[in-house]
Write a protein that binds this ligand. Sequence first.
Ligand code: MSP
Length: 512
Amino acid sequence: MADFYITTAIDYVNGSPHIGHAYEKVLTDVIARHRRLMGDRVHFLTGTDEHGQKVQQTARARGVAPQAFADEVSAEFRALLPRLEISNDDFIRTTEERHKRVVRDILQRLFDKGDIYKGEYRGFYSTRQEQFLQGKDRNPDGTWPEIFGEVSEIVEPNYFFRLRDHQAWLVDFLKANDRYIFPQFRQRQVMEFLKEPLNDLCISRPRERLEWGIPLPFDPGFVTYVWFDALVNYYSAVADRPGLWPANWHVIGKDILVPPHAVYWPIMLRAAGLELPKGILVHGWWLTAGSKMSKSAGNALNPLDLIGEFGPDALRYFLIREMNVGQDGDFSRELFLVRYNSDLANDLGNLVNRSLNMTNRFSGGTVPAAGVGAQAEDEVRALWEATRSEYLALFEQFQFHTALERLFAFVRSINAYVEKRAPWKLGKSTDPADRALLETSLATIAEALRLASVALRPVMPGASAKMAAVLGSTPRGTWTEELAWGDSLVGSRVAASLVLFPRPLPAADKAP
Ligand code: MSP
């Protein structure tokens, strides 16, 4: 059994979770569940990023201590996870001692080696972004873009991390590992960025300007820059769990690839003598009406509202079906409802209920054995064989949206098969050949639905389990074995009915 360690970014606690945060957790969860089904020993980490200027400011504005504020918002992020059926194994907070201890150790190590030195920083500083700005950040007219908020020039002593010394190594590393970052076009963006000489990274903030951070172990007059602190979470969470580091994948959004994850983090690890993660998976943004969904833009949708209305499975399905990993995607209630109604309520949910009804009506509630098969059954099985191998391959390549598209094409073909065989007509016939065909069709439909439920397990764990339960199916063998067409349902008792996805809107389609 191989270890598989996967992480999400850790969320800032200065705002409530929105769909963008939910997506990253669901995407990572689908990968984690998939790896578990493939037999890996998975460790799945998520958590919250709690230090820094923004949290200090937001807490102050509310008149509470930063720790109390962070406790409250971190709890909100944590509470979302079970609601979304996220199967994380750990949740790290950067205010935990287990984390701060490791950050201090790494800082001390780099300071002792001479990778960190004291210098003076002069520059334009954006409080909102918690970063010093450069000339290229200005608008053509010399003003600072809105996203930086208030910008002021400051000079202050600070500690610096020698990034530049490691630049040539990083370029060579990325050249030698040209699939380090997924999707690959993101790696090319990193290479572009690395064409310019790197500035050393200012990794401290004077205590008088920022108190809410981890004090530098070698100079308590300073706290650690929040990115240097936050990145370490991936390692600090498993530092005392042998065998887990390096991580297999860090799953992050495109806004935090360059420079933090693609430049600072590998250089920090190398300087500290630690191994690099094996890969970085970069997803795009959920947009609403063309702009990034975010708390500050005021267009954030609360995932809990949709979960409350439609359940976690429907939201998970939508996020994974609609988004091509790496690209941006549009979120709107209208798009959500289209998927919900057509794919989930109609194509899948209705089919499950029809299958149960017909099995009860024509076979006493027991899945019959498939006897005679004709061309239609051969076609269903052949389509399943093709779907199965594509589905498995697409999962390995993080092409979940296409995998689901193929799976639902299969589900639609079962609906067409039901119409073609019309078991309700066969059930009225007294011809033994029709009776045999009826049994074959009921068995074929039930088996197809069993396979769909197994395939959906990583994406819609709840709905998948319900489907398996009403079909009387119990898991046997590995996931890939369970995905093989078979006759394991023969003789099993099915439930009376199941409404998997109740319709939110009146629909025109005919009932079974
Ligand atoms: N705290 C940092 C990450 C530190 S990781 C060592 C941070 N936090 S965040 O709360 O702003 O974002 C957390 C994750 O959510 C990031 O990967 C970010 O890309 C993702 N998303 C935030 N808004 C998003 C969308 N609208 N769409 C998709 N994901 C986006 O950055």
